[in-house]
Design a protein around this ligand. Structure first.
Ligand code: R5P
Length: 307
């Protein structure tokens, strides 16, 4: 029997996963000492296999706590540990842009590979590498997609939305969402000058979903799709550009929602009708779950292995 372990900050999702997999779930308890260190208390009876479900947003303390949890579980005799972390941190720092900058993706990836036998996440930000195994070496490193969950959600809301990608990287998700339903889509070009300064542009050529059809966004319900909303500047700039084409409505759907500072207010002030996100990161915009995607993968994997 496998046991699922959850943490206070991601408990509804851990419970949902346990329910879907019909696994027992117990909680890891954390106590913050006055000096800032954390006491980690695990259940005393652990089986040979465990799944730990915790999302790594605001990750620094969580990483330490997860490592302590994994090491303590091994000390109790656990042989196989899966980490389900729908948002995987430090994946964007995959290159030293300036001398001296740490390539955090490789460092954190290696650390996780030392403590976990299998890591499962949703759409990690992989720009310059082809797959998650390059970041988390020598282990089962599984990167699942939120696109099916996003498509299922959008199908309940719209019949013929136009899907918009705010930058080149978003093309993979936009295509996967739009193509099966023949929804029109278009991809913008983005220039990032700093953490908070980006420029998004839709040129004539980019404003096409195939070689012959120029998209007319006037009067259309348009949905901007992205993997991460951090400062929200990418989305804000996309909305400003798209409004010039007088669509009927603009909605936003992202997998991982940070929307730091006043991002949501700025988007609301710009007249964005809906802002939706998955529950990979707990946020007021959470509207659909990616836990079923994780559960489906684990079930399929278990049936293939006959366990
Ligand atoms: C970058 O390429 C990602 O896909 C997102 O577009 C980016 O992380 C969003 O960041 P921000 O919300 O700060 O513009």
């Amino acid at each position: 029997m496998t046991l699922l372990l959850g943490f206070d900050d991601y408990l509804p999702q851990a419970k949902k996963l346990a329910l879907s997999l019909t696994l027992p779930m117990k909680q890891v308890h954390l106590h913050q000492f006055p000096d800032g260190e954390t006491k980690v208390t695990l259940p005393t009876e652990l089986p040979r296999k465990i799944i730990i479900c915790r999302s790594l947003y605001q990750p620094n303390e969580k990483l330490i706590e997860l490592i302590i949890t994994a090491a303590a579980a091994r000390n109790q005799g656990v042989e196989h540990i899966t980490l389900v972390t729908p948002y995987l941190c430090y994946m964007r720092q995959d290159k030293a842009f300036h001398a001296g900058e740490a390539i955090s993706q490789k460092i954190i990836g290696k650390l996780l590979s030392e403590y976990f036998d299998r890591v499962i996440t949703i759409d990690p930000h992989l720009h310059r590498i082809n797959n998650l195994a390059e970041a988390i070496p020598n282990k089962e490193a599984i990167s699942l997609h939120a696109t099916q969950a996003i498509t299922d959600f959008l199908k309940q809301k719209f019949t013929h939305p136009v899907i918009i990608g705010p930058d080149g990287e978003s093309q993979q998700w936009v295509k996967a969402i739009a193509t099966p339903h023949q929804w029109q889509y278009t991809i913008a070009t983005k220039q990032r000058y700093s953490d908070t300064h980006v420029a998004v542009s839709f040129s004539e050529k980019e404003n096409e979903c195939d070689e012959n059809t120029a998209l007319n966004l006037t009067g259309q319900d348009i949905i901007i799709v992205d993997d991460i909303a951090s400062t929200g500047k990418t989305l804000i700039q996309a909305v400003i550009q798209l409004q010039q084409q007088k669509p009927k409505s603009i909605s936003i759907i992202v997998t991982h929602a940070f929307f730091v500072d006043s991002a949501i207010k700025q988007l609301n002030d710009l007249g964005v009708k809906n802002i939706w996100s998955s529950d990979s990161i707990p946020h007021a915009t959470n509207a659909f779950s990616i836990i079923d995607t994780v559960a489906a993968h684990l079930k399929e994997n278990a049936s293939q292995k006959g366990s």
